[in-house]
Design a protein around this ligand. Structure first.
Ligand SMILES: Cc1ncc(C[n+]2csc(CCOP(=O)(O)OP(=O)(O)O)c2C)c(N)n1
Ligand SMILES: [Mg+2]
Length: 311
């Protein structure tokens, strides 16, 4: 087991208050470990290096660690102290100071997944705890419908609004019927560009646009033009209500209509928003090296829900 794996499990243990859950996590850790890992593992879990009766303590004071980090990465000690004060976490400080090759390198798939979450989160201004639910590190397509259904089940009195790209939506579209079956009304906004937009954008650097578009002329829905799948028809076929929106000013009335349908029929309502086929979202290799493709919000009118952030 990699230490990062153990650390992740320790984080999970810290996050739970349930003793049963603690025991479950620990037993998973033991089951996943090789025989020769069990001894060190057992001590590390207890924050020790050896059994209690042996007078061996980790005993590394913070200052000692700071000195070691400074020496390892050739940074002045004062800088490490300052960074640590800003980050409030010596581990993070070490990560920031380490040369790029020392940092954990996410896989290509992970990078894609992270970017897909960043895309929606950039434009959302949700501040209440548990107001924005996403799938954590991973961004598996198809997650959104079951997640929204789960949230509505757990918290039936709260309005639930899900947001999906067209392909995420198609991945587990059949689950909409579960929402209809169990009478779980929520709004599902689908932003339809008839493209695997994130992947198309990531291919730009290679000058390719390969197998990432979902467009076709649907013989049953000529009004759709080149947008292919008729999401409104599919959603209705699965027992839900759905409305298609082509202009920004149609969004508010669509939400009002959705509210009425949810009250009347108690089923999920899909609001499909037709987008331009090709647009680019903010993207970059580092958080401080982002390319903006669109004009940024400059004042309150541009981003009315971002209270105070733009002043
Ligand atoms: C199960 C799964 N397969 C592949 C991916 C890689 N992936 C990330 S975003 C994406 C395309 C998403 O397209 P869409 O939902 O239409 O959103 P858009 O980028 O067009 O807004 C793919 C294939 C993934 N995240 N999950
Ligand atoms: Mg798309």
């Amino acid at each position: 087991m990699k230490f990062t794996e153990l650390a992740a499990n320790l984080d999970k243990m810290e996050a739970t208050r349930s003793r049963n859950e603690l025991v479950r996590i620990l037993s998973d850790v033991y089951r996943a470990s090789a025989a020769d890992e069990l001894e060190p593992l057992t001590y590390l879990i207890q924050g020790r290096l050896a059994p209690f009766f042996e007078p061996v303590e980790i005993g590394l004071g913070q200052m000692l660690l700071i000195t070691a980090i400074a020496m390892a990465y050739g940074a002045p000690k004062e800088e490490v102290i300052k960074l640590n004060r800003q980050a409030g976490d010596l581990g993070l400080t070490a990560q920031r100071l380490a040369p790029a090759s020392h940092r954990e390198s996410p896989s290509v798939v992970e990078v894609h997944q992270r970017l897909s979450q960043i895309a929606a989160a950039q434009f959302l201004h949700v501040y209440k705890p548990r107001g924005w639910i996403n799938c954590g590190q991973a961004g598996p397509l198809g997650w959104t419908i079951p997640a929204a259904i789960g949230v509505k089940t757990a918290d039936p009195d709260t309005s639930v609004v899900a947001i999906s790209g067209d392909y995420d939506f198609q991945f587990l579209i059949e689950e909409l019927a579960v929402g209809a079956q169990f009478k779980l009304p929520y709004i599902h906004v689908v932003v339809n560009n008839s493209y695997l937009g994130l992947i198309r954008q990531a291919q730009r650097g290679f000058d390719m646009d390969y197998h990432v578009q979902l467009s076709f002329e649907n013989i049953n829905a000529p009004g759709l033009g080149e947008y292919g799948v008729d999401h409104v028809a599919v959603a209705e076929g699965l027992g839900c209500k759905a409305i298609r929106v082509r202009k920004q000013e149609e969004i508010d009335p669509a939400i009002e209509q959705a509210d009425k349908w949810m009250a009347q029929y108690k089923v999920p309502v899909v609001i499909e928003i037709m987008l331009e086929r090709v647009t680019n979202i903010s993207m970059g290799t580092e958080i401080d090296n982002i390319t903006e493709f669109e004009e940024l919000a400059q004042n309150r009118e541009d981003a009315p829900s971002a209270v105070g952030l733009l002043d």
